[in-house]
Design a protein around this ligand. Sequence first.
Ligand code: UGA
Length: 435
Amino acid sequence: MRIVMIGSGYVGLVSGACLADFGHHITCVDKSEAKIDALERGEVPIFEPGLDAIIEHNRSAGRLDFSKDLAAPVADADVVFIAVGTPSRRGDGHADLSYVYAAAREIAAAVSGFTVVVTKSTVPVGTGDEIERIFREEFPGKDIAVVSNPEFLREGAAITDFKRPDRIVIGTEDPRATEVMREVYRPLYLNEAPLYFCERRTSELIKYAANAFLAMKITFINEIADLCEQIGADVQKVAKGIGMDKRIGDKFLHAGPGYGGSCFPKDTLALVKTAQDYDSPMRLIETTVAINDNRKRAMGRKVIAACAGSVRGKKIAVLGLTFKPNTDDMRDAPSITIIQALLDGGAAVHVYDPEGMQAAKEMLGPVTYGNDPYEIAEGADAIVLVTEWDEFRALDFKRLKSTMKNPVVVDLRNIYPVAEITRHGFSHFAVGKKT
Ligand code: UGA
């Protein structure tokens, strides 16, 4: 099958590389010359474990190539995926679809013969209908089916998520498109991944509903964590206790500093706006968004409280900046708000992150970047763990204690056993437990 991926960002690159790995021929297209040039030199512009090896392997096997030009590869394609960005529109929180519609018009101008155009970008309900209208009215005579196929990849685990998905959602009622999509995902189907066919609008909503539900689940456990701190219960044990009920499930119940990233904040906001537009408000999600925003600021106050109520003139060492481990993505990361609160409080903030420091430099205020946890902890009044990178799990607390000014650990991801930290003489503050 000849497949073209429009947009070589996170979703486009991962999906393109994985589909090539399954034996399809893929061309990844992007308007950014710099990005395509880099990819052609063998440089992968994003950090995703395992992705560079898959790209390299499939390029040398001749199944994966890159192009700045859309028209030529699209003319030969059976399937064209739209995987361009849908950022939050400035001012109103709606998803900005201008890139999607521009891509759709360029694709329609270029196709020859029956072609399936698939939205993989997260697009609001009705976008597929609008693309179909553009095709019908502006490009009559072109034989194109429009399908929705949302992506459920997690950054940092994207390759496994793509190759071993819980489900593949495909929104189409067109029998020819159904056959083509079965063929695209046949290798995954053989892995027993269920293909779930439904109407296009339903499929578009499934993506938003899934992300909103997960964001709500995290927010629920974060509020339980606050309550645990007040009443002297342990949120990790509450999460385990409720998660053993299969109706609830044990995933996405880790209390922490609030969700961030390029998806949950944007998608929850877009769903709220859509629901308001259709006069069917989603109060649970509106509240989820508000609670999560407040939480990031509250975490800044929590650190200040752990430092005896003031960080003025104190040195604070922040471990982890990205919105979660195994990514270099800083978008909507809780670290940004927490660090701002510490700077506002008069602290000298020293930070370290294994992959995120490049991106952080454009987002954080005047902080000092260090080379490892021990360097930034020297003379510090507190260590604050914000992102749970593996390399922070086995820190040498004896060594840290000997170099810090005040032995205080604020663990916003609950990765350190209380007993171990206090045994080394640290004051220990966690999330959702009295320590
Ligand atoms: C999320 C979804 O999990 C994917 O299924 C979806 O495809 C993706 O958005 C998207 O729409 O593209 P992602 O944003 O990469 O994936 O990361 P997650 O692992 O979901 O984490 C999101 C945030 O929630 C992070 O800040 C993480 O630290 C936080 N989180 C997650 C918690 O605080 N607690 C948890 O139990 C789980």
